[in-house]
Design a protein around this ligand. Structure first.
Ligand SMILES: *[C@@H]1O[C@H](CO)[C@@H](O)[C@H](O)[C@H]1NC(C)=O
Length: 184
């Protein structure tokens, strides 16, 4: 009798284990990564890292001696330092390389597309691809993060940009980028 009960319990245990193993497994959790970086966008000065390469107006009007990035139609190419904090002395952790196009008739909006190429810090060797509009007269501008490489493979996300410092006359700005990406 005891033996029969044990055999029955053994089979019951096997059945329960089998049924449990056939239930769908929960999806792996989505990983969210948030990081805040600062981009130093200078069109003038010894440390200038941005140039305008094409535009509608004659290229002499502004301090940079090029096409004015604040005019509709101007195209800039940038290789801007990316730092951990807002000051120039803050540790450089990468470069923002790509282009800005002034794409708003009244001159107050840019279309941005650039890579953040991390060279230092915990994401060194990885990149993020930024794309979106920057209506820079607004305090906060939201833009898209369309993909990435290395640690950021398969990511999608969004960023919020704020102007941390601006010297309009000399076309020098520090931009705070608060980046949030989702990894599947
Ligand atoms: C970054 O943005 C998130 C919202 O996406 C917000 O909760 C967080 O406080 C922001 N961080 C900083 C340092 O601004």
């Amino acid at each position: 009798m005891i033996a029969a009960t044990n055999v029955f319990l053994f089979h019951l245990t096997l059945s329960v284990l089998y049924i449990a193993s056939t239930f769908p497994k929960p999806d792996p959790p989505i990983k969210i990564t948030n990081l805040v970086v600062y981009v130093h966008n200078y069109f003038t000065g010894a440390d200038a890292s941005s140039i305008t390469v094409a535009g509608k107006q004659n290229p002499t009007a502004d301090a940079a001696g090029g096409f004015n990035i604040l005019q509709f139609g101007t195209i800039a190419v940038v290789d801007d330092p990316v730092t951990e904090g807002p000051t120039a002395e803050s540790k450089e952790i990468g470069r923002a390389q790509g282009s800005y196009i002034n794409s708003q008739f009244d001159g107050k909006g840019l279309y941005l597309f650039f890579s953040v190429i991390f060279t230092g810090g915990q994401y060194a060797g990885s990149t993020l691809e930024i794309q979106g509009s920057d209506i820079f007269v607004r305090k906060e501008r939201e833009f898209g993060i369309v993909s990435g490489t290395g640690f950021f493979r398969f990511v999608e996300g969004f960023g919020i940009m704020e102007t941390a410092f601006i010297d309009v006359a000399n076309l020098r700005a520090v931009l705070k980028l608060n980046l949030t990406v989702k990894q599947f």
